[in-house]
Design a protein around this ligand. Structure first.
Ligand code: GRF
Length: 188
């Protein structure tokens, strides 16, 4: 049995999609969803789906070992950032080498780095009249959006696509490819 832990700060639609993908797979279970946002919609989803979820505050995350200790005791096979906005502290990265992955809603290294999340990314893509965008699944290191790339998938954009249309196209790619990438890593 492989265990995964997910970190999410927002809506959690990827968390729900990953849950559904592995729902009937006896080999993979979601141990816990961790969030730093007490009012994040992901907590409602976890409640509805009966997934264990835990909240921690930013101070506990950055200045104490409580999250690290929790992860050590859970001993997950993979730690997945699915719309998680805080930078991962170095000691966490060091304790789980090549076990933390993130999904970024653009083709890194373009449109990455601090402040490049959510609609900020899609608005910037629109402002630059990009003809394509996509997703990047990558390992997490000490710097935002800079770890080794595991997988990228592209999607074509039309001139009339709004930033919201771009977001929808990217989310579709995430739903299709993120769970499969997780499965492949767990099987490696
Ligand atoms: C996704 O677009 C993901 O790429 C980014 O944050 C968003 C999370 O969406 N890192 P959701 O909370 O899973 O709906």
């Amino acid at each position: 049995m492989k265990r995964i832990v997910l970190f999410a700060s927002g809506s959690g639609s990827n968390v729900e999609n990953i849950f559904q993908y592995f729902q009937n797979n006896a080999e993979v279970s979601i141990a816990t969803v961790l969030t730093n946002k007490i009012d994040a919609k992901v907590l409602e989803r976890c409640n509805r789906l009966k997934i264990s979820a835990l909240y921690f505050n930013k101070t506990a995350f950055t200045e104490t070992d409580s999250v690290l200790d929790f992860l050590k005791s859970t001993n997950p096979d993979l730690i997945i950032l699915a719309g998680f906005l805080l930078k991962i502290p170095e000691k966490l990265v060091k304790n789980f080498p090549n076990k933390i992955i993130n999904i970024h809603p653009a083709l890194l290294p373009k449109y990455g780095g601090k402040g490049m999340y959510g609609m900020n990314v899609h608005n910037a893509i629109k402002a630059n009249n990009e003809q394509e965008t996509g997703i990047t699944i990558h390992f997490v290191n000490e710097n935002y959006d800079e770890g080794a790339i595991i997988k990228q998938v592209k999607v074509k954009l039309l001139p009339e696509d709004s930033a919201d249309d771009i977001a929808k196209k990217v989310h579709q790619l995430e739903y299709e490819h993120f769970p499969k990438a997780i499965e492949e890593l767990l099987n490696d």
